[in-house]
Design a protein around this ligand. Structure first.
Ligand code: PGA
Ligand code: ZN
Length: 420
């Protein structure tokens, strides 16, 4: 049993300079730990509610003082002095206290910060690394490290909207270790930066997750430029460095049409476009290729993609067990993008992971576009055995904290990287 002696919280700033929540938990045996929650920009409609102050005079309404006050007030009152057997019991107490279907009463940001701080303090009290604690929580034995998927080019809501799709990512499939995968990615990133300067004649503009964001003439050029950068770095596209795409299609879907370019596309036309990309480029994963409410067409796209690429659901699934169950029954996807703050507690995210695994799906563990220097995501991806991890580019400390933590875990465990 783990008795909570004190809970506290603080408003801190994320990688976009917007407020977010950091919570601390001290156990009766003296162990103490803090954890911070990230925040999205291209959010799904079914996400748990992130509580913001709404005061336009402060951070344009984005302040998190109410969420912090909820940790220091009602959550603290309810939990301090109580002992919990495990994460499930703690998260259940948080859910009961909130009582709303979408965590809007206390705020998913307040709830998740406490859920994570408890996980970290229990790991500390048990004297084991956080990834080992996450693995024990899930009843998993870690055998490999996640494959890196690293943001190279950005568009959509994370950039100036030059191109409709959100991310083109490199997947260093041919290297076997995190260490070598990062070195290869650095070479590709440098080659891409030189190519962008030459082709678009501009200084580097970086998007929210550190991706390069020049004025691409169209979406397919992002893929073609990525392949050119891989070759320029001296690698073989597909065999050594493959690609992944986050289409984030919900964000350019209006009135039943996909506004990918000038001519709006119907759903079958959008599926043809995606299938064409799979034929012409070494793309191993397509995230949110269709809009979150385009349920009828996801199974069609899933069949069309076959085994060529993962049909990965982000906004479509929102790490939400009910949506995942529906998608599994409909054969609407083949992979889950797991973002803990989309659902709001570790226990619910673990349920999402289990549902995906039971269906034989792959799992990509993902950061948000607004991140902090906290590195728990790397431990989570290893402990829960994500097939891939998606953190962003290799340029900002909020992202690098997680890459560097993966390097530490690699050194400590000696585990190999999962095949793509
Ligand atoms: P978000 O985007 O964190 O801004 O929601 C990340 C993604 O779409 O994968
Ligand atoms: Zn996404």
């Amino acid at each position: 049993m783990y008795r909570i002696e004190e809970l506290d919280a603080l408003e801190i700033l994320d990688s976009r300079g917007r407020p977010t929540v950091k919570a601390g938990c001290r156990l009766a045996d003296g162990a103490e730990a803090w954890a911070s929650v990230p925040s999205g920009a291209s959010t799904g409609d079914a996400e748990a509610h992130e509580l913001r102050d709404g005061d336009p005079a402060r951070y344009g309404g984005l302040g998190c003082r109410r969420a912090v006050a909820n940790v220091r007030g009602p959550i603290r009152q309810a939990l301090v002095g109580r002992a919990f057997r495990d994460q499930v019991e703690l998260d259940r107490a948080l859910l009961e206290l909130d009582g709303s279907p979408d965590k809007s009463r206390l705020g998913a940001n307040a709830i998740l910060a406490v859920s994570l701080a408890f996980a970290r303090v229990v790991a500390r009290a048990a004297g084991r690394p956080l990834y080992a604690h996450f693995a024990a929580m899930a009843g998993i034995e870690p055998r490999r490290l996640p494959q890196l998927t690293i943001n190279l080019f950005s568009g959509g809501k994370h950039a100036g909207g030059q191109a409709a799709i959100q991310d083109v990512l490199v997947v260093p499939v041919g290297f076997g270790t995190i260490d070598k995968g990062l070195a290869a990615t650095y070479a590709v990133y440098q080659a891409a930066a030189a190519l962008i300067r030459r082709k678009y004649g501009m200084r580097l503009l970086r998007a929210d997750e550190g991706g390069l964001a020049p004025d691409f003439p169209d979406c397919e050029t992002m893929l073609a430029d990525a392949v050119e950068a891989i070759r320029a770095a001296g690698f073989e596209p597909g065999r050594q460095v493959a690609l992944a795409v986050d289409v984030a299609a919900s964000h350019f879907w209006r009135e039943g049409r996909y506004h990918l370019a000038d001519e709006p596309l119907t759903s079958p036309e959008m599926i043809d476009t995606l299938a064409g990309w799979l034929e012409r480029y070494p793309v191993v994963s397509v995230e949110d290729g269709l809009a979150q409410e385009d349920w009828d067409h996801w199974p069609v796209w899933r069949r069309r993609a076959g085994d060529r690429a993962l049909v990965l659901g982000d906004d479509f699934l929102c790490t939400n067990p009910d949506r995942i169950r529906r998608a599994v029954a409909a054969h609407a996807a083949s992979a889950l993008l797991l973002k803990v703050n989309q659902v709001g507690t570790l226990t619910e995210a673990l349920e999402a992971l289990r549902l995906a695994r039971q269906a034989g799906w792959a799992v990509t563990v993902s950061a948000r576009s607004g991140e902090t220097e906290d590195d728990w995501l790397a431990d989570l991806a290893v402990g829960w055995q994500g097939d891939q991890i998606k953190i962003g580019s290799i340029t900002q400390s909020d992202r690098l904290a997680k890459y560097n933590r993966l390097l530490e875990i690699e050194r400590a465990t000696g585990l190999p990287v999962s095949p793509a």
